[in-house]
Design a protein around this ligand. Structure first.
Ligand code: SAM
Ligand code: SF4
Length: 370
């Protein structure tokens, strides 16, 4: 059981919280050269990685405060309403990305379902871009009421984050959250016809003993469970080192039930690798080995923060404000050029284990968009 006295969760934000607005200035918009005269229909970075996937954060706020994501007293750098991208601005940028070959858009946050009228944004994107698979990552607290309207609006799939099936432990990890509404949300999503996956962050000494139970729960509802290695971003960077556990170690108790790694082929659009059940049922468990087995060489994604910063990578120290460009009246061609400027800065790897790099420890996942 997680014991906050044995595993102190330091509230260190004053010491290392980097205002996101400062980091944004690092990538400067370049004037568009005359030779860049059409919006490219596919986008590739300097390493030849083809970008087809955009994660869009719609808010940096959340109704939970998971110990590895949010400081105890909340972030102190939340965007005010006028700093957030409006739905119209998000829709215009999604349009640009779709024209440039993006085929999957995931709405995230913070908690995306705390943004009012999110269903309206889903509807708008889905109607204009049937070629784009629209997905959502959520903590599930509001999914019970929103699953059906989201499905009707055109959402195809949802990843629900759930780190334990034990209600008291859930309360501790999320600093006060209730498990029951999340379970109700998962059931509502299945009933609404959404494809559902579960995301569990591996927390050494905290939820390792829950993994078998989580797999059984997911499989009994025909849901794919996925386990994510804790990344040293923001709050997580100050957790005790024993909290970081590799997927291989954490999944050892399932060794007799899981067959070989079937890799990423045909399994999805993200960085998860999958292992099949030995019983021949075709059921799977996903692992996202962000730390133990860096998968950056195959990265196909970009991130747009709630404030409209386009970030080349979760671990990147900076981004470029597409919001400021939009509000300054940039044309689609100019915006496409800025997209290229950012792509050129996409690093080969996240550098989480490089002791010389610590930029990623300064800004938490909820501010960037997880
Ligand atoms: N609030 C939504 C949720 O919890 O699903 C969406 C945003 S949240 C930042 C997206 C995902 O990032 C969640 O599955 C969460 O568990 C995960 N996450 C947050 N901080 C993380 C970290 N340091 N390492 C790995 N995963 C993390
Ligand atoms: Fe909120 Fe998601 Fe971060 Fe938990 S992981 S605090 S639910 S944004």
């Amino acid at each position: 059981m997680f014991d906050a006295r044995r595993t102190p969760i330091a509230d260190t934000r004053a010491a290392r919280r980097l205002p996101i607005a400062d980091s944004r200035t690092a990538i400067r918009a370049q004037p568009r050269p005359a030779t860049f005269d059409a919006i490219p229909t596919h986008i590739e970075d300097a390493a030849g990685r083809h970008v087809t996937y955009l994660r869009v954060s719609v808010t940096d706020r959340c109704d939970l405060a998971c110990v590895y994501c949010m400081p105890k007293s909340g972030e102190d750098d939340h965007a005010v309403r006028t700093e957030l991208l409006s739905f119209e601005e998000i829709a215009r940028l999604v349009e640009l990305f779709a024209r440039s070959g993006v085929r999957r858009v995931r709405l995230t946050g913070g908690e995306p379902l705390v943004r009012r009228d999110l269903v309206r944004l889903v509807e708008r994107i889905a109607m204009r871009h049937p070629e784009v698979a629209l997905a959502l990552t959520t903590n599930g607290t509001r999914l019970a009421e929103l699953a059906a309207p989201l499905r009707a609006a055109g959402l195809r799939s949802v990843n629900v984050s759930i780190d334990t099936l034990d209600a008291p432990l859930f309360r501790e990890i999320t600093r006060g959250g209730e498990l029951a509404p999340v379970l109700a949300g998962i059931h509502a999503a299945r009933e609404a016809g959404l494809e559902v996956k579960l995301n569990t962050v591996l927390l050494g000494g905290i939820n390792e003993h829950e993994l078998v139970r989580l797999v059984d729960f997911a499989w009994s509802h025909e849901i794919v469970p996925r386990f994510i290695e804790l990344m040293p971003l923001g709050e997580a960077a100050s957790l005790p080192s024993a909290t970081f556990v590799s997927a291989e170690t954490a999944l050892a108790p399932l060794a007799d039930r899981l067959a070989e790694d079937v890799g990423r082929a045909g399994a999805g659009h993200g960085p998860a690798r999958y292992r099949l059940a030995r019983d021949g049922s075709g059921r799977r468990v996903g692992v996202i080995t962000a730390v133990s087995d860096e998968f950056c060489a195959g990265c196909n994604r970009l991130r747009l923060t709630a404030r409209g910063d386009l970030r080349p990578c979760l671990a990147a120290p900076d981004g470029l404000s597409l919001r400021d460009q939009l509000r300054a009246g940039a044309s689609d061609l100019e915006l496409a050029w800025h997209l290229h400027t950012v792509l050129r800065t996409k690093a080969a790897g996240h550098g989480f284990v490089d002791a010389r790099r610590d930029e990623h420890t300064r800004v938490g996942m909820s501010l960037i968009g997880g």
